[in-house]
Design a protein. Structure first.
Length: 603
């Protein structure tokens, strides 16, 4: 058994050497610290993986030596082959092999392998298998490991594992991107992070994070080419994002949001009927709005503290930036991504709960707007949270009854959704009661006609619409969680025909950035240089699919189907109500979506 364990330790070293290929791709900042960290992380990580594989193989010790050795050689040779192939996949796509990738490759719709390819793969497999078998023979015959040698090797791996996990936790807390970027390069690597531990050690750590200069080392090319800007002549338009967290498409109505609905009617705004967020969670929904690219880039952009080009371009054009949020803008870490260059940055609003903070941020915005420099254009971001919290003041008269108390612990597939939905609608109705001073202030200051207002949400909120026990969001990519209101107020009349046409098409949060950059900020580059979205002011070719994501999953959504890939790469093909279906997905859509996910990777 000890010799088999030595065989496993040798494979740890082989895998660590193969994994050097992950660090040869363009973009990684190879500093002495990264080199040392990687040198410790690889053996520690593969020690854990091969220890698990070794334990799985242990029952085969009961068999005779030839069968046992063949099984060990088979398992470990397959592991090394898969690892090597994964380095090739990572070089091409910047993500690792998973079930979804294998299904795509083997489907025959995108990649058609020749007989020669199959023979080559078979030859490689047998070659590696016999090498592993030979290695096992040599270890069994010639290696006589002393007790200390094995102990030292195991001790080194365990210490390396502990050091790198502690190191990564510190690096993540202080936003040290070179170390954080290593995580993306190693397959199945999930080092420790804990804000709670780090805050207890250094509560002011956030203030010590590096200042973003826009020249950080990145393993993405964002934008693909430097932006070329023709400054806007005359007075630039103000831009406002007015967003309600967790806002459902069907609650933008006369009954639930009367002030918003009336304002849109009075201002001849355009409401999009098939608009979708880039995700079912705040992180990816906001990310898509501000970057115009898939939320699958989140980790890379966070690790390198890459700000939104929309924000940095507005800063270059001398926009005053007003960020007014109810929930903390530091979680998710928009202070290290979207608004990384906004200094000082308002992190949250005063108040003990969502409805108090929502009321306070409205007042704060009014004061800020009244006292800003009217000679400069303004960008306003107002992000309300009461609908997410499904809450409103205790003395606020509910419009929808019965309004039940919210307790996620008791919600299940048999729960009557109406009382919960009523409470949710009351929370939207409460937010709606707060927004009128915003519109009044714009009008009083003479800025209403000079302001483009986008009214929308980061994602929707399911009320068990699909009868599968889903409540809230971040659970699936059905319309109940990703279809959101999207209204444009103040667009130039010359683009109205195109907007009205596009309002009937499938549109995405990714479309906001290319629209604003081209028509309001004077960016002349093709949108593909900085976005995967479309210009809403130009008639669009009807979309067949959208790419969406959340914290651990991504999905290709069509009007009738959802192809979803979870955090470990397992895919499900479902209908629009999240029920598994036996049909074969259109792998061309999936391949194109994967192309979007690597569009900005350095090559």
């Amino acid at each position: 058994m000890k010799k088999l364990f030595v065989f496993a330790l040798i494979n740890v070293l082989i895998s660590a050497l193969i994994s050097i290929r992950y660090f040869l791709v363009p973009g990684l900042s190879v500093t002495p610290a990264v080199t040392l960290y990687s040198a410790l992380a690889l053996p520690g990580h593969f020690f854990v993986l091969y220890l698990l594989l070794f334990l799985i193989c242990l029952p085969f010790l009961l068999l005779n030596r030839y069968i046992r050795n063949s099984v060990f050689a088979l398992f470990f040779s397959l592991s090394q082959i898969v690892l090597y192939i994964d380095t090739i996949v990572f070089e091409q796509y910047r993500f690792h092999i998973n079930q979804s990738v294998l299904t795509l490759v083997l489907s025959g719709q995108v990649v058609d392998f020749s007989l020669a390819t199959y023979l080559l793969v078979a030859a490689i497999f047998f070659a590696v298998f016999f090498v592993e078998l030979g290695l096992l023979f040599l270890v069994s015959k010639y290696v006589k490991p002393g007790k200390k040698g094995v102990v030292y090797a195991v001790l080194f791996a365990v210490v390396a594992l502990l050091i790198t996990n502690g190191w990564y936790m510190v690096a993540f807390y202080y936003a040290y991107s070179p170390i954080m970027s290593v995580r993306e390069h190693i397959p199945l690597y999930y080092p420790l992070t804990s804000k709670k531990i780090m805050t207890a050690i250094d509560k002011d750590g956030a203030k010590k994070r590096p200042v973003v200069t826009g020249k950080t080392d990145m393993n993405v090319s964002y934008p693909l080419h430097p932006l070329v800007i023709n400054p806007v002549t005359g007075k630039a338009k103000n831009i406002m994002f007015l967003m309600l967290d967790s806002w459902r498409f069907d609650t933008f109505s006369r009954e639930v949001s009367p002030n918003l609905y009336r304002f849109v009617e009075q201002q001849n705004g355009i409401s999009f009927q098939n608009h979708f967020s880039t995700g079912n969670a705040t992180r990816t929904g906001i990310f898509g709005m501000y970057y115009g690219i898939p939320g699958t880039y989140w980790d890379t952009f966070l690790h390198s503290s890459i700000p939104s080009l929309l924000v940095t371009t507005m800063q270059q054009e001398k926009y005053e930036i007003g960020v007014f949020t109810s929930a903390k803008v530091s979680f998710p870490e928009f202070d290290r991504t979207v608004f990384a260059t906004v200094k000082p940055l308002r992190i949250t609003s005063k108040g003990d709960n969502a409805w108090q903070r929502d009321a306070q941020m409205t007042k704060d915005w009014v004061e800020w707007f009244k006292h800003r420099d009217p000679a400069q254009p303004a960008f306003s971001f107002l992000f309300y949270d009461s609908a997410h919290a499904i809450d409103y003041p205790p003395d606020f008269p509910p419009r929808f009854t019965p309004s039940g108390n919210l307790d996620y612990m008791t919600l299940n597939n048999k729960t009557d959704p109406q009382p919960v939905f009523n409470r949710y609608k009351n929370s939207v109705y409460y937010i709606d009661s707060l927004v009128q001073p915003i519109f009044d202030t714009l009008k009083e200051r003479g800025e209403l006609d000079n302001t483009l207002i986008i009214i929308t949400s980061d994602h929707a909120q399911e009320m068990n619409d699909n009868k599968m026990g889903f409540w809230g969001h971040n659970g699936n990519f059905t319309d109940a969680q990703v279809k959101v209101p999207f209204i444009i107020v103040g667009a130039p009349q010359e683009y109205r025909a195109a907007l009205e046409q596009n309002a009937r098409q499938i549109t995405s949060h990714e479309d906001v950035v290319p629209t604003l950059m081209k028509h309001y900020l004077g960016v002349t580059n093709p949108a593909s240089d900085y976005s995967t979205g479309e210009d809403l002011y130009t008639p669009m070719t009807p979309r067949q699919w959208l790419l969406m994501s959340n914290y651990s999953m991504w999905a290709v959504k069509t009007p009738d189907t959802i192809y979803q890939v979870n955090g470990v790469g397992i895919s499900h093909y479902m209908d629009k109500h999240n029920q598994d279906i036996p049909d074969t997905p259109n792998y061309k859509f999936i391949y194109d979506a994967m192309d979007q996910m690597r569009h900005f990777n350095k090559r």
